[in-house]
Design a protein around this ligand. Sequence first.
Ligand SMILES: [Zn+2]
Length: 511
Amino acid sequence: MEEISLYRKYRPHNFDNLVGQDHVKITLMNAFKSGHVSHAYLFTGPRGTGKTSTARLLAKALNCTNLKDGFEPCGECELCKEIGEGRLIDLIEIDAASNRGIDEVRDLKEKINFAPTRSKVKVYIIDEVHMMTKEAFNALLKTLEEPPAHAYFILATTEAHKIPETIISRCQRFDFKRITHKALMTRLGYIAQLEGIVAEDQALEAISKYVDGGLRDAIGLLEQLTLDNKLNLERVQGLLGISGLSLLENMYGALMDNKTKEALSIVNELHIQGSDFRQFSHEFIDLLRNKMLEAMNADNRRNVARAIKMIEVFQKAQLRLDSDIPQLALEIAVIELTNNLEEFQTLRVETRVEQKPAEATSEKAPLKAAEKLVERIKEVSTAPIDLTMENILKNWPRVVERIRTPSLRNSLKNGKPVSLDGAELTLQFATNFHKDKVFESAHRIELEGVMEEIFKHGVKAAFLVKAVEMKSVVADEYEPVRERAPDPTPPAEDSSAVDEALEIFGGQVME
Ligand SMILES: [Zn+2]
């Protein structure tokens, strides 16, 4: 029996089923009703928010021979079916990030003038369009300037700022929004019901909050965290490394009542449980934000002010979580919030974290000795390390700890380095979900950056992270590895160290 992932199964097959993007939905429906469908669309927004699904839906509506209400594809005609099964040859999907994608864009210019073979119109969906080369953009621009009447384009991207203005101006642009917790929860509840999964509301809520607005990730987690048709909060919290609501609420209560000891014992409990302090801080700030808005609505100014103060202190704590004693930052935050420290003002070391480096070097702050010490400790603890598999394994927990994005850190905890070839590191993951998370370009860049921080200095070689999963790969969700060009760095001071590092990394120094 063929296994279909829940995400693919519940991909919207008509406008009625499109979740969380009402502005896009209404504008598109009206375009169909009035017969003013644009020949070029640009869909931008975070991953997993429905860009590709909407593009396919649009292709269906353009081709359906039996549109309902002037916009809704029937889902039953030959063309609807062929699109649904991904076999209509006049729907051309190009992944601009793959090598083949570049050739396909080149081909596009030559083939575009041929009429569609089977359907009414040809639809080109170009995914990850920001990855196209300058030449490919030029070729595309010529086509977009005078598209044949039978051709439609949908360009999709997570990084709209990388698309040339000339291309953007030829397209009608839709910004896909992160889907709200509530809409995600409703959708997950709906799917769970149809799939016969007994799901606790709190478990669905925890997933909805965790995924940061991406429906694809939310459904992926629903599928992976369900065991024997059951989904409970405890399992979700355990596997995602997120803290229980009660701890968060207890912490809030203790801080509001100025109960230092109680709040410190919560920090201690988190530490004993091996909880992720970064994730806890993230969730706690999220809770404080809700408290702040609630207090604002209730016109309780005192609580608004206290929530703001707590948010500020915990945001500051987040910046200090890199310490070797991870609970220290939260302990300081607790003490700062529950004690009146004003009287110690003159004695207290100024610990405000400066936003701009220029300010940090200004004369006015009378601190410096402590900061200098911290700098010194940082220097010593970040001396270059030879790049060997052994050293990578030894330092892997450090790499993971330094990752700032909670979801990336969590996914890395679900994988492990397995081999090293030159500067190319292969990571293995138990599931596609975690592999894909690490594969996202922003995440890969963050990971590569942290690896570079830990393993060397002054030289920037292209550090490649390759990820594989243990399970088989679902073809259409597989993202190819993209090579990253070395970034320019200032010349290193010690040239012999540079040579040595070059030998290790096989890279080159960029002036
Ligand atoms: Zn149809």
